[in-house]
Design a protein around this ligand. Structure first.
Ligand code: ADP
Ligand code: ZN
Length: 519
């Protein structure tokens, strides 16, 4: 189909309706499509589910020539291919599992293809470029464009080689798409793919019907059982390992609701059966690793709970975003532990040096999310480049603002005690020393005779655990390989009194306070 510019505006809406069956564009789709149709290089940053594929599929139908889509995962590619073909788009793919290469190439040359999906490693070969030269290409769409950035969480070196191809066909507009983009990654995509800054279109990331709640793990099984009792609809519990997934599914299943497990270690049959049962169910709980959820369309998920720290804010947004697709109220719970941060930092040490700063920034951003006493949604949205209001009114901190207190003194006492006991003991021992306990172990080590013995008294003792968590999160404390505590790189400014440590009061203490206030 060839459309002249003056007829374009009306015709795009007609195509949207006639080909895709949608009554209207959603969010920034119109803006992106208009820019693409005008032949201008564009980076579209849209959350999962916002409808990115339409942004190139619609132009692929409207424009004369084929749209080449670079996509990193063959499975994902084939899902989209089938969806495109289902609405009558002439689409094909060239991947290692396709066996109709010759036919696809012939169709491309004959101008009989609207869409051609390829993997990045294919797109960058000389053979592929020669093929493109013999055809008419209308658009390059680069899906999952964050893969081009080393700073991103999913770097694919092949994406770096796309630029020469894009530049060889310099007259063909390029559209990069991604759901994940902190400021660094965004910048990198623009530079790597040669897109001007004003070509960046960011869509709204807010999911106002999701209530966010974040808190430390404190008897996880009980916390989850309470949650399952409170939220009746279908829900997903994300666990961090396959073993944890199975164990949690078994434990939670005892409470009476249908519970199933899903992880990559289960046989394809079991996975498919569990997924189908979940999609059909109105009250099932799926305990799963993050392998579950990609490409699953279940609009009425009422809650998503993370049993441990997600990999990144992007990951958290995406996984929690599987709740409440129908727009009805839903909740997202995150249960974290200081050891999640310790483990994440340990893993970073094993990465190649170039990737470490990006990973560290990701952990720090998660630290800010879990530690804050302010609006969770505001933190999430600011991460995606938006300027949200200070309070959303629909997260734990907005609904019941927590008491936070200046615990810098306690933090300094704790750090000193860790230092003076030789940076090898766990929190339990440090707590005993600070509160002045005299046990055999303390006497044997001579820890009853050091200056920090007994310097924490009364209510302050209840602060030691939250303070240690805060210090672990901000890398002022680290765990040793034997589970002891040692000073981390950010301990110094706190010991020197240059940095404040505020903590949210532990619930018990808060309750006592409230009771006192009320009586
Ligand atoms: P993304 O790639 O951004 O995660 P998809 O392209 O897979 O999102 O689209 C998500 C869902 O939204 C799909 O089911 C799609 O059919 C639907 N969709 C896309 N655009 C529209 C629209 N304008 N109106 C209604 N539904 C839409
Ligand atoms: Zn809020």
């Amino acid at each position: 189909a060839i459309i002249t510019a003056d007829r374009m505006a009306g015709d795009l809406s007609t195509l949207l309706h006639d080909v895709f069956g949608f009554p209207a564009f959603r969010g920034v789709q119109r803006q992106v499509v208009d820019r693409v149709m005008a032949g201008r290089a564009t980076l579209a940053i849209m959350p999962t589910g916002a409808g990115k594929s339409l942004c190139y599929q619609l132009p692929s139908v409207a424009l004369d020539g084929c749209c080449v889509v670079v996509s990193p995962l063959i499975a994902l590619m084939h899902d989209q291919l089938r969806a495109a073909q289902a609405v009558g788009i002439r689409a094909a793919s060239l991947t290692s599992v396709d066996n109709d290469w010759r036919e696809t190439q012939d169709r491309l040359r004959a101008g009989e293809l609207d869409l051609l999906y390829v993997a990045p490693e294919r797109a960058t070969t000389e053979g592929f470029r020669a093929l493109l030269r013999s055809a008419r290409i209308a658009l390059f769409a680069i899906d999952e464009a964050h893969c081009v950035s080393e700073w991103g969480h999913d770097f694919r070196p092949d994406y770096r080689l796309l630029r020469p191809m894009l530049d060889e066909f310099g007259d063909v507009p390029r559209l990069a798409l991604t759901a994940t983009a902190d400021a660094h990654t965004r910048e990198d995509i623009l530079v790597q793919l040669g897109i001007p800054r004003d070509g960046m279109i960011i869509s709204g990331f807010d999911r106002p019907n999701i209530r966010y709640a974040v808190g430390p793990r404190d008897g996880l099984t009980r916390q989850l059982t309470d949650l399952l009792a409170a939220e009746r609809g279908p829900g997903i519990v994300y666990a961090q390992t396959r073993a944890a997934t199975e164990k949690l599914a078994e434990t939670l299943g005892r409470a009476g609701r249908p519970v199933r497990a899903y992880h990559a270690g289960l046989s394809p049959d079991v996975r498919a059966a569990n997924q189908a049962a979940f999609i059909a169910s109105e009250d099932m709980v799926m305990v799963a690793t993050v392998a579950f959820g990609m490409g699953i369309d279940k609009p009425d998920v009422r809650f998503v709970a993370h049993a441990g720290l997600p990999k990144s804010i992007e990951g958290y947004y995406q996984e929690s975003g599987r709740a409440g697709r129908d727009g009805e109220p839903a909740v997202a719970h995150l249960f974290w532990g200081a050891e999640d941060f310790a483990r994440a930092r340990m893993r970073i040490m094993e990465l190649e040096p170039a990737r470490q700063p990006g990973e560290r920034a990701r952990i720090a951003a998660l630290g800010a999310l879990v530690e804050t006493g302010t609006c969770r949604r505001a933190i999430l949205l600011r991460h995606f480049g938006e300027s949200p209001p200070e309070r959303c009114g629909n997260c734990d901190n907005c609904l019941s603002p927590p008491d936070s207190i200046d615990a810098t003194e306690t933090a300094r006492k704790l750090l000193s005690a860790v230092y003076r006991t030789g940076q090898s003991f766990g929190l339990g021992h440090i707590e005993q020393v600070l509160t002045g306990a005299v046990t055999d172990r303390i006497r044997e080590r001579g820890h009853d005779r050091i200056s920090v013995h007994g310097i924490v008294a009364g209510d302050e003792g209840a602060l030691l655990r939250p303070v240690s968590r805060a210090l672990l999160v901000r890398d002022a404390l680290e765990t040793t390989e034997h589970g002891g505590l040692k000073l981390g790189p950010n301990a110094r400014p706190i010991l020197r009194g240059e940095e404040e440590v505020r903590v949210i009061l532990p619930p018990k203490r808060q309750r006592r306070r409230n009771a006192r206030g009320a009586g």
